[in-house]
Design a protein around this ligand. Structure first.
Ligand code: SF4
Length: 435
């Protein structure tokens, strides 16, 4: 789907007229082949002979097949209303009114407008989980987001609260890039190199509950894109680490280490789970300050330095505002960098007439464009791309979830096993305790 120019604000047309979401999005573009590996020297000779092992995560078409251990690709068992039903909004409103305080609907910033319209609160994943925990009267939490977010909400909410993901195929390709098995192997590699005792795992919120649990078991912390700097400062400071294993987004880890902690590319190596010992020598593992997992966001990873150069030529005086999940080359070329909450606040605070090119998920950019008709707001890339898994949550799934609750059924409940939830909660609590 290519729209050109993407999201250029034109007061005579609504943004939705400029960019039509695909109601049946295909899978995300898959692992972006631009991992920005930084200064990783080549593997040692022994590794070169072994080559690259196939990924244990074969790409599954979203919504088909079944892989409950993966963030993506599980069937939705619902008997969904047709997408063309003209009464979907009325049905959702009626069911929500019937349920009253018993249901609380969370809407992540990257959700579709029609879904956000029914959200009681909007926010990033951690803010939403915290808000759900602060609403104990809500027996059912409908999380309009992706799987790892619903897991976090289940970990943080009370045992009487049921967390529901309207479409089980709404996973996250980034979270999928680090499995528990792979991360345990990496930890073994660090042990073989004699450095696991001085390595601190720091895991991005965008990871499975199993990875959060790994992090808690090894006395690490979770971080968000808002507090990654504080998490790293804690890991190297109060926690006494000599290096960090940063999971699963290499770009957030690299951008934070270099831009906010003053490290250099030479301090960072990239651990590729598809290669023996991550494609690194033991000396590289020992000498690194940041061991970055080879993972990335399929949406933010698509922005390039060329995207920035093109938009500067196209929109005079534009401020380029990007998310730290973007590649290093994009972040260094941008004017401002920050989380989704930071991006929203920056646009809200800007003067009328300001111009922004925003490098984050399109639903949010489009909503900002609608909310600020007095500002020029364009999508950073000329090729429009939604997060296809976020877009799995649509009105038919929301209506089905709400009406199931009205019938006394609990659809698509996300539960995290206590053996996983307890150490994952420890890592989340550590994040809350960051100085
Ligand atoms: S935008 Fe990126 S990190 Fe967020 S859910 Fe989609 S793939 Fe995952």
């Amino acid at each position: 789907m290519t729209i050109n120019p993407a999201l250029e604000h034109n007061p005579s047309r609504t943004p939705s007229a400029l960019v039509q979401p695909n109601p049946n999005p295909g899978p995300n573009p898959g692992p972006n082949p631009a991992p920005s590996p930084g200064p990783n020297p080549g593997p040692d000779p022994g590794l070169a002979a072994v080559g690259t092992a196939p990924s244990p995560l074969a790409l599954l078409l979203l919504g088909r097949g079944a892989d409950p251990t993966s963030e993506r690709g599980v069937d939705c068992p619902g008997d969904l209303p047709p997408a063309a039903d003209p009464d979907l909004a009325a049905r959702a409103a009626a069911a929500k009114a019937t349920l009253g305080e018993r249901v609380f609907i969370l809407g992540h910033h990257y959700q579709r407008d029609e879904v956000i319209a029914f959200a009681d609160v909007t926010g990033d994943s951690f803010k939403l989980a915290q808000l759900a925990a602060a609403r104990p009267e809500a027996e059912a939490i409908i999380f309009c987001g992706v799987h790892f977010m619903a897991e976090s909400a289940d970990i943080l909410t009370g045992p009487h609260q049921k967390v529901i993901l309207p479409d089980l195929a709404a996973g996250c390709s980034m979270a999928d890039m680090a499995t528990a098995e792979q991360v345990e192997q990496a930890w073994d590699d660090l042990a073989d190199a004699g450095v696991e005792a001085t390595t601190v795992p720091v895991s991005y919120m965008n990871s499975s509950a199993a990875i959060k649990a790994f992090t808690g078991r090894h006395d690490g912390t979770i971080c968000t894109s808002s507090n990654a700097r504080r998490a790293l400062e804690w890991a190297f400071g109060a926690r006494g680490g000599e290096r960090v294993l940063f999971l699963p987004d290499q770009h957030l880890g690299r951008n934070t280490a270099i831009a906010e902690l003053g490290m250099t590319e030479a301090d960072c190596v990239v651990y590729d789970p598809r290669r023996p010992r991550g494609g690194l020598s033991q000396a590289q593992l020992r000498d690194a300050k940041m061991i970055l997992w080879r993972g990335h966001c399929s949406v933010h990873g698509r922005f390039t330095r060329q995207s920035v150069d093109e938009v500067r030529a196209r929109v005079p005086g534009v401020t380029v505002l990007v998310h730290p999940e973007c590649r290093r080359e994009v972040v260094t070329a941008a004017d401002r960098v920050g989380s989704t909450e930071y991006i929203i606040a920056a646009v809200d605070a800007a003067s009328p007439g300001s111009a922004f090119a925003i490098g984050t998920e399109l639903n949010l950019v489009r909503r900002l464009s609608t909310r600020h008709p007095d500002k020029t707001i364009v999508f950073l890339d000329r090729t429009v791309c939604f997060c296809s898994t976020m877009n799995r949550i649509d009105m038919p799934h929301l209506v089905w979830a709400l009406e199931s609750l009205v019938r006394g059924e609990t659809p698509n409940q996300i539960t995290v096993d206590p053996d996983v939830a307890t150490p994952a909660r420890k890592a989340l609590d550590q994040m809350l305790a960051l100085p």
